[in-house]
Design a protein around this ligand. Structure first.
Ligand code: NAD
Ligand code: DAU
Length: 342
């Protein structure tokens, strides 16, 4: 079978490609990625020349390009990872989030309808549910929790989810949606909490913690997310939404302290900065449906996963060093210089 993976030069998409090529070597993987600031072809270096793999540079919102790629490849399955994915950037400038995350998704679904794709899988996020209060640890997001978004990013993802469900009901497109909690692991772009803290700590730069660092995220090792998506595209029921998460809630400040401890760096590097606008307090996924229907359970304990991740960044400076020069530093100064508290 041919699987079109969009956004495969990014963090989770690349990990998914590696997982699929190992778990299903008989399948052909076509990766479509626009190589935005977050996409990195060097991530895919080890598979670029492999048989059964093809990389295509292109924008999912470019209808002509997408239609001709679908005509040529006639994919059986589409897994849509391509997105603008960073909340802070969406607060700075929402428009590209609407174009890629909503329009791009609809173009892919139009192409999928034309080609009779057997499964369109939308990679969504727990952020579509909004947030939970910090003082109600008994509450979790289930698939029936109403969509209630906070940022332009999460709103664009929720908009896409609604469109995906509408294409199923209106046109009968065989869709599934997964909504996962925060991922961490190799190849994550260092604008996100964990890689940013690792790289800043390694460079003895301040570690910028928003607000008081008490916001809670539910962390999942990226390979566990990839395995869950593999199960959904093979065994998930069409028209269904699946929540993915490992019941691993942690406060941001505890993550940051753990990174410092693992790297043997002082806590004096922690710098509290102005809070993110509209900052979601707590995410917590109830993954019971993934377990009861598909038998999925996370395999990597947080302590093991974070140690593996830190070691990966230590051993792969050649991957991240080029990223943090030039444009990234402009972004960093723009985002953080105004946030530092007096
Ligand atoms: P990422 O930012 O690391 O990668 C996104 C990839 O999409 C990049 O390779 C980029 O070049 C590509 N891309 C962006 N715009 C494109 C366009 N118009 N056309 C083609 N390619 C384009 O993102 P990620 O963290 O790997 O997230 C992947 C997906 O998973 C996203 O849809 C995100 O919403 C979702 N998700 C992420 C997390 C997380 O913790 N990172 C958790 C749950 C869900
Ligand atoms: O929950 C899934 C979502 O997780 C995905 O849909 C998003 O694509 C992904 O980016 C992530 O969103 P978050 O906003 O939770 O991730 P981020 O790494 O940006 O921030 C995690 C927490 O850390 C959040 O509470 C904000 C805080 N933070 C983040 C940065 C970058 C800081 O305190 N300092 C920082 O410098």
């Amino acid at each position: 079978m041919t699987i079109l993976v969009t956004g495969g030069a990014g963090f989770i998409g690349s990990n998914f490609i590696f997982h699929m090529m190992e778990a299903h070597p008989e399948d052909r993987i076509v990766c479509l990625d626009a190589l935005t600031y977050a996409g990195n072809l060097s991530t895919l270096e080890s598979v670029l020349d492999a048989g059964g793999f093809r990389f295509v540079k292109g924008d999912i919102a470019d209808r002509d390009l997408v239609y001709s790629l679908f005509e040529e490849e006639r994919p059986d399955v589409v897994v849509n990872f391509a997105a603008e994915s960073h909340v802070d950037r969406s607060i700075e400038d929402p428009e590209i989030f609407l174009r890629t995350n909503i329009i791009g998704t609809s173009v892919l679904m139009d192409a999928s309808r034309r080609c009779g794709v057997k499964r369109f899988h939308q990679v969504s996020t727990d952020e579509v549910y909004g947030d939970l209060p910090l003082d109600r640890p008994d509450l979790f997001f289930t698939e029936d929790t109403p969509l209630h978004t906070s940022s332009p990013y999460s709103s664009s993802k929720a908009g896409a989810d609604l469109l995906v469900l509408a294409y199923h009901r209106t046109y009968g497109l065989p869709v599934t949606i997964s909504r996962c909690s925060n991922n961490y692991g190799p190849y994550q772009f260092p604008e996100k909490l964990i890689p940013l803290m690792i790289i800043n700590a390694l460079s003895d730069r301040p570690l910028p913690v928003y607000g008081r660092g008490e916001n809670v995220r539910d962390w999942l090792y990226v390979e566990d997310h990839c395995k869950a998506i593999d199960l959904i595209i093979h065994k998930g029921r069409v028209g269904q939404v699946y929540n993915i998460g490992g019941h691993n809630e942690m406060r941001n400040i505890d993550i940051v302290r753990l990174v410092l401890e693992e790297l043997g760096k002082p806590e004096s590097l922690i710098t509290y900065v102005a809070d993110r606008k509209g900052h979601d307090l707590r995410y917590a996924i109830d993954p019971a449906k993934m377990h009861s229907e598909l038998g999925w359970l996370p395999e990597t304990m947080f302590r093991d996963g974070i140690v593996k991740t830190i070691r990966w960044y230590l051993e792969n400076e050649s991957w991240w060093r080029p990223i943090i020069s030039g444009e990234y530093m402009n972004y960093y100064d723009r985002m953080y210089s105004g946030k530092v508290k007096a």
